[in-house]
Design a protein around this ligand. Structure first.
Ligand code: FES
Length: 172
């Protein structure tokens, strides 16, 4: 195995599962993003070579779909809904609270320690709970206020501390 394919062994496994079919490019990129939390540039070039298609095609697909990110994302992705129902119920205030607490702004949406990414989305299908926030696509928080959001952030940070403490405990 060449050093390069060793480095990309997870990517290779994903490509193999799709029989190296260029027609599976979107699914392949989705799985790679799930693995890395974004699409690193060097991986895109590697995928193009492995599938035998132009790098421009792979870049084109990865920039066309908003689901793909070329920048690293945090471990916790906080989606503040800014759809109509959430907007009229004050979602902007929730967004500002998250930005303030995490040192983010409209240009910088991921913390330097890669723990958090803040996104605004158009509707997460929980309009009855507006304003709503989703964490990592599996945790919905409804009827949010800045105060409630502060508590959610504290809770997530304590989870991080617990996970790290457990990992440190294992190392000792
Ligand atoms: S508008 Fe926010 S959940 Fe639908």
């Amino acid at each position: 195995m060449s050093p390069e394919s060793r480095k990309f062994s997870k990517v290779d496994a994903i490509i193999r599962n799709h029989d190296s079919k260029p027609s599976h490019l979107v699914a392949i990129l989705q799985e790679i993003q799930a693995e890395y939390r974004y699409l690193p540039e060097e991986v895109l070039t590697y995928v193009a070579t492995a599938l035998g298609i132009p790098a421009a095609t792979v870049y084109g697909v990865s920039t066309f779909y908003t689901q793909f990110s070329m920048n690293p994302k945090g471990k916790y992705i906080i989606k503040v809904c800014n759809g109509t129902a959430c907007h009229v119920k004050g979602s902007e205030k929730i967004k500002y609270l998250v930005q303030k607490e995490l040192g983010l702004n409209d240009k910088k949406n991921t913390t330097d320690d890669l723990q958090f990414t803040l996104e605004t989305v158009s509707c997460i299908g929980a309009c009855g709970l507006a304003p709503a926030v989703m964490v990592n696509d599996n945790e919905v928080h409804g009827q949010m206020t800045p105060e409630a959001m502060e508590i959610v952030l504290k809770d997530i940070k304590s989870r991080k501390d617990t996970t790290e403490a457990a990992a440190a405990g294992k190392e000792n």
